[in-house]
Ligand binder design. Sequence first.
Ligand SMILES: O=C(O)CCC(=O)C(=O)O
Length: 270
Amino acid sequence: MNLRQKYDHYGFLTAVDAISSAKAAYYAKKCTEFIEQYSTHSDYSDWTYGRTEMVLRWVAELAAEESLLNVIEDLIGPNILLWNAFLPVKPPHSAANFGWHQDATYWPVEPTNQIITAWVALSPVNPSNGGMQMVRGSHSNGPVAHETTYDKTSMLRRGQQVTIPIDDTKVINIDLIPGQASIHHTLMLHRSSSNESKDWRLGVGFNYASSNVKPLPGYHDSAILLRGDVKGSGFELTEPPKSDLDKAALENFARVQQLQSKRYDDVKQS
Ligand SMILES: O=C(O)CCC(=O)C(=O)O
């Protein structure tokens, strides 16, 4: 099976060679410097939760690496938008986790099968430091029921998790070395547990969309064009920052967050 056939069949790919180990070391250094400097900043959780490509130039650069985009193109075609980046880093011995969930169940965009998530490892990733797990083939069964728990240890804003039992025989651990990526379908059941190790789990997540993807009616959103053209896209086009956390970046970050704020209306009210 080629990459595309594997992705269609299993709903995810793992240990995909996304960037070289030298580049992974470069981005890991950037990531560590950012954490060291800003992890106690009051906006740190906002900056890392989403739209991280709008505040950190190196994140936008990593999203646009040729070798990574070539894989993305094989899966969603030549017209590629970066809709969102996030930095779900986990400190050593931390409870932070993601419950079992499907991304498409809370994303106000369509068609969700033309969006994919690539998660690029910048440190080794394995079960002991909270690596992801996926349920092989689960994307084929469609959306399942979720509950919102607002669990404080969840790295999802609403603490979403599914209410159905998981078939343990189909659970796959996503073990990665720096520079490798996993890629998953928006209906893939996935989770990750706490980091029990003494080391940071470092990685960056990217939500790439083909230019056919649009916000749902009544929603507005923005994206960065990375490859091809955007005929038909319903996203406002935006640009990555010139440097990390500069004044223009922070202003633009606030603007794109405001534009997409309707998707978090329920969280603001809770
Ligand atoms: O970073 C993780 O462990 C999980 C991330 C996730 O849920 C996702 O990429 O959709």
